[in-house]
Design a protein around this ligand. Structure first.
Ligand code: NA7
Length: 539
C-alpha cells in the first residue's frame, strides 16, 4: 500500500491507460494511487459488457507492447477479441504486475483543485476522501461518459432499460421479449445480431445509419500467433510510426486517377480483408476529397444492398448524409443479415422522429411501439465528457469546464495551460480516437513518465504549457482537421451528438507517427512550450 501521507501522483481510472501509468510511475519509485469508479480493473472493457461487445482492432495488435514477457505468455484466441477475453487479459496484467494494491475501487473523483501555494492537487472523492498529490493524471477514457437519448419520458417506461456502456454484470436474458434498441453506432451494430437471436421481436430505431464492414472474425491459427510472437518487436515499431497505430501499406494514388474497374478490385480486396482501414486506406484522398470518398461510400452501400434482401430496408440502412469514415466506421458480424429475419424491424427516425417514451414502450411521430425492454445504444459524451464531469480547477480557481466552454484546448492533447501538473492520457486534440487506442495510450504514458522523470531530475516542482504553445497546437489541430472531410459530418468527433456541445473537431488527424515525433521533439528541447517552475516552498 502506498504511504498515505505523501502521494506523488493520483491516476484517475484503472483501465488500460491507468494500469500502465501506474506500472511506469512505480518504475520511478513514485508513491502513486489509482482511483477507480468501478469495482474492478478494465475501464471501457469493464463497463461495456453488452452482448457481442468486441474490439475492432485485431487482438495481436490491440495489446500492451511494454513487456515482451507478457507478449509471449498471453495467447489470444480470436482475430477480433471479445470483451470477456480482453477483460481477462487486463485482469491478468493487473495480477502479473501486482497492480491492484495501489488501486482504490468503487471511488469516483468528484473534484480536483490546484493549490498554487504548495503546487499540489487536492482531490476529493465520492467516498469522502481528500487526497493531495503533486501530479494528477487523468486516465478517464474518451468514451466513458455515457449519454441517453434526449427524449421525454425516460423514467416513465415500466420495463427494464439498459445502456450498452453500463451493461449489468450478470448479463441480460431477452428470451421471448419484445426489445427495442435505439442507436446504430458500433455498440448497436455489434449487439443487434446477438440480441436478435434471443428476442421474440426486435425493433431497431435508427437516426443515422452506419457504414459497417463485415469483420470476418475467426479463431486465430497457431501458426499466425507463433509468427507474431517471433516478430513482435518489429511489429510494435511499425505500429508506433504508422498513421493509425496499425501498420498498413500506404496508398500512393488518388481514387480518381484509376479506372472504376481497378478501384472496385482494390475495394473488393479491402472488403475481403475486413479491417477498419482496409477500404479507407486504399487511396490517398478517401478522407480528403468528397468525390474520391463517394467511390468508397458507394462500394459499401452496394455491399449493404447485397446483404439485405428488402431493397427498402437496404436503402434505409445505407448512409447518404456524410462521407465514409468521417463518423467512426463499424465492423460487424452479421449485422445487415439480421434485418432479413422476420422478427427484426427497422424504424427510420429521420422519417418518423422519436417523440417520447411511454409506460409501455416508445412513441414516434407515427405510432407507439410496445416493448418489454429497451436498449440505449446511444453513445457517449466523447473526449471531454469524463473530464468535465469532474470539477477540475486550476490556477486562479478556473474551472476546466469553463475554459473548455467553446471546445477543448490543450497542448499536444496532454496538458492544459493554467492547470499545472495535470496530464490527460488520450486527451482531446491527440490522435487517440483515430488510432489503435493502446498504441496511443502507451505513447502518452511513456511521454508523461519521461516528463515527470525529467522534472524530478531537475528539481522542478510544476510544469504547465504556455498559452502560446496551447494556441499553436489548437490551431494546428484545427488546420489539419480542416484539410479533411471529418468536419463535414455530425459525429462525436465533432461533439455534435450532444446537444449544446461546441462543434469542434476534437481529434488530431496528423497521424500517430507524426504526433509521436512532435511530442518527442518537445521533450528533447527541454519541454519546449512548457513553463517549468521550481518549488515555492521546501518541505
Ligand atoms: P455512437 O457511435 O455514438 O452511436 C450512438 C448511436 O445512437 C448513433 O447511431 C446515434 O445517432 C444514436 N443516437 C444518439 N442519440 C440519439 C437520440 N436522441 N435519438 C436517436 N438516436 C440517437 O456510440 P456507440 O456506443 O455505438 O459507439 C461508440 C464508440 O465505441 C464507437 O465509435 C467505437 O469507437 C467504439 P446519430 O449518429 O447521433 O444520429
Amino acid at each position: 500500500m502506498t504511504d498515505p501521507r505523501k502521494i506523488d501522483a493520483i491516476i484517475v481510472g484503472a483501465g488500460i491507460a491507468g494500469l500502465y501509468q501506474l506500472y511506469k510511475l512505480r518504475e520511478l519509485g513514485m508513491n502513486t494511487r489509482v482511483l477507480e469508479a468501478g469495482d474492478n480493473v478494465g475501464g471501457t472493457w469493464y463497463w461495456n459488457r453488452y452482448p457481442g461487445a468486441r474490439c475492432d482492432v485485431e487482438s495481436l495488435s490491440y495489446s500492451y507492447s511494454f513487456s515482451p514477457e507478457l507478449e509471449q505468455e498471453w495467447t489470444w484466441t480470436e482475430r477480433y477479441p471479445a470483451q470477456p477475453e480482453i477483460l481477462r487479459y487486463i485482469n491478468h496484467v493487473a495480477e502479473r504486475f501486482d497492480l491492484r494494491k495501489d488501486i482504490t475501487f468503487g471511488t469516483r473523483v468528484i473534484s480536483a483543485v490546484y493549490d498554487e501555494a504548495v503546487q499540489r492537487w487536492l482531490v476529493d472523492t465520492d467516498t469522502g476522501e481528500s487526497i493531495d498529490s503533486q501530479f494528477l493524471i487523468m486516465a478517464t477514457g474518451c468514451l466513458s461518459a455515457s449519454k441517453l437519448p434526449e427524449v421525454p419520458g425516460l423514467e416513465r417506461f415500466q420495463g427494464p432499460t439498459y445502456h450498452t456502456g453500463h451493461w449489468p454484470h450478470e448479463g441480460v436474458d431477452f428470451t421471448g421479449m419484445r426489445v427495442g434498441i435505439i442507436g446504430t453506432g458500433s455498440s448497436s451494430v455489434q449487439s443487434t445480431p446477438v440480441i436478435a437471436e434471443q428476442a421474440a421481436d426486435l425493433t431497431v430505431f435508427q437516426r443515422t445509419p452506419a457504414y459497417s464492414l463485415a469483420a470476418r472474425n475467426r479463431p486465430l491459427e497457431q501458426s499466425e500467433i507463433a509468427e507474431m510472437k517471433a516478430n513482435y518487436r518489429a511489429w510494435r515499431e511499425a505500429q508506433r510510426t504508422s498513421g493509425f497505430g496499425v501498420p498498413v501499406e500506404l496508398p500512393t494514388q488518388s481514387a480518381l486517377e484509376v479506372s472504376p474497374k481497378e478501384r472496385t478490385a482494390k475495394y473488393e480486396a479491402g472488403w475481403r480483408e475486413g479491417t477498419l482501414v482496409s477500404i479507407l486506406g486504399g487511396y490517398t484522398d478517401t478522407l480528403t476529397d468528397q468525390e474520391a470518398n463517394e467511390t468508397a461510400a458507394e462500394f459499401v452501400r452496394q455491399k449493404i444492398r447485397e446483404r439485405v434482401h428488402d431493397p427498402e430496408v437496404a436503402e434505409t440502412l445505407s448512409p447518404r448524409t456524410y462521407p465514409f469514415g468521417t463518423k467512426r466506421p463499424c465492423l460487424d458480424t452479421g449485422y445487415y443479415e439480421t434485418f432479413n429475419k422476420s422478427h427484426v424491424h427497422l424504424v427510420d427516425l429521420r422519417k418518423t422522429p422519436l417523440v417520447k417514451l411511454t409506460e409501455r414502450g416508445l412513441r414516434t411521430s407515427e405510432q407507439e411501439y410496445e416493448l418489454d425492454a429497451i436498449v440505449f445504444a446511444t453513445g457517449f459524451d466523447a473526449m471531454t465528457g469524463a473530464l468535465n464531469a469532474i470539477d477540475i480547477r486550476g490556477k486562479g480557481g478556473t474551472a476546466l469546464r469553463d475554459k473548455w466552454a467553446e471546445g477543448p484546448r490543450s497542448y499536444l492533447g496532454l496538458a492544459v495551460a493554467g492547470f499545472p501538473n495535470l496530464f490527460t492520457i488520450t486527451g482531446p486534440s491527440s490522435p487517440s480516437v483515430l488510432s489503435n487506442m493502446i498504441v496511443s495510450i502507451e505513447q502518452h504514458v511513456d511521454w508523461i513518465t519521461d516528463c515527470i522523470a525529467y522534472l524530478r531530475e531537475h528539481d522542478i516542482a510544476a510544469i504547465e504549457p504556455t498559452a502560446d504553445a496551447e494556441d499553436g497546437w489548437v490551431a494546428h489541430v484545427e488546420e489539419v482537421g480542416n484539410a479533411t472531410l471529418y468536419p463535414t459530418a455530425d459525429s462525436w468527433y465533432m461533439g455534435s451528438n450532444v446537444p449544446g456541445k461546441p462543434r469542434v473537431f476534437m481529434a488530431y488527424i496528423g497521424g500517430v507517427g507524426v504526433y509521436r515525433q512532435r511530442c518527442d521533439e518537445v521533450a528533447a528541447k527541454g519541454y519546449q512550450g512548457f513553463t517549468l517552475q521550481e518549488a515555492l516552498t521546501r518541505t
